[in-house]
Write a protein that binds this ligand. Structure first.
Ligand code: IPE
Ligand code: IPE
Ligand code: MG
Length: 228
């Protein structure tokens, strides 16, 4: 395939509705959502996508019940610790953006371990946005620069000090579940991303849906403010 996105950002939405529609507790939707991440990661590698960022927990998601939040953390921890997890099995590098201090220590450890174990893989990188907010990212970058002594900055410098650092800006941002908003995802980095809002709830997402997203992306005409 030619003209592929180098970096895809995914706002994984609809886990709760997927479960509620089936009369199941919301956390079963999150559980199924993890399986969709697994399928998507494998498909990204197959389609030669270099970076895929998964919005897994926003700076606003702390507003949810303790039960739901703990459920999400338990699922993530359990999953990252699995011996035969998708990242080791398929040689996928794991990275994260967002601040992790507010997460339980054992979840932070599990994440650190998987990052270490996968750091030398370089085909596909799965980036997890955890306690991530686009505004928080920008504010932390500015504070970092103030601390470094800058009193004047430019766009390039700001970009390099965001959590994404050297990762290219997303070419394509997908939000599942039919909601058409950004919900504080990669705000600065998304300035020129192509956007696509498939109706499918995240737990049902798979290789076939990703292929559809790629087909749609390939038909877009990216002009970046120019003409053609
Ligand atoms: C997205 O699914 C997952 C997270 C935000 C963690 P939701 O939990 O937002 O699902 P809906 O939007 O309630 O269906
Ligand atoms: C966005 O989904 C955050 C993640 C997918 C992690 P939300 O379900 O939290 O967004 P809103 O509240 O509908 O905007
Ligand atoms: Mg939602």
């Amino acid at each position: 395939m030619t003209n592929l996105p180098m970096h895809i950002g995914i706002i994984m939405d609809g886990n709760g509705r997927w479960a509620t529609k089936r009369g199941l507790p919301r956390n079963l939707g999150h559980k199924q959502g993890i399986k969709a991440i697994e399928k998507t990661v494998i498909a990204c590698k197959k389609f030669n996508i270099k970076y895929c960022t998964f919005f897994a927990f926003s700076t606003e998601n702390w507003k949810r019940s303790k039960e739901e939040i703990d459920g999400i953390f338990n699922l993530l921890r359990e999953y990252l610790r699995k011996e035969d997890n998708v990242f080791l099995k398929h040689k996928i590098k794991v990275a994260s953006i967002g601040t992790l201090e507010k997460f339980p220590k054992d979840l932070q450890d599990a994440l650190y371990e998987i990052k270490e174990k996968t750091k030398n893989f370089n085909d596909t990188c799965a980036i997890f946005a955890l306690n991530y907010g686009g505004r928080d990212d920008i504010v932390r970058a500015v504070n970092k620069l103030i601390q470094k002594g800058y009193n004047k900055i430019d766009e390039e410098l700001l970009l390099k000090n965001l959590d994404t650092q050297d990762i290219p800006q997303p070419d394509l941002v997908i939000r599942t579940s039919g909601e058409m908003r950004i919900s504080n995802f990669l705000l600065y980095q998304m300035a020129y991303s192509e956007l696509y809002f498939p109706k499918v709830y995240w737990p049902d997402f798979n290789e076939r849906y990703l292929k559809k997203c790629l087909d749609i992306y390939q038909k877009r005409n990216r002009r970046f403010g120019g003409l053609n």
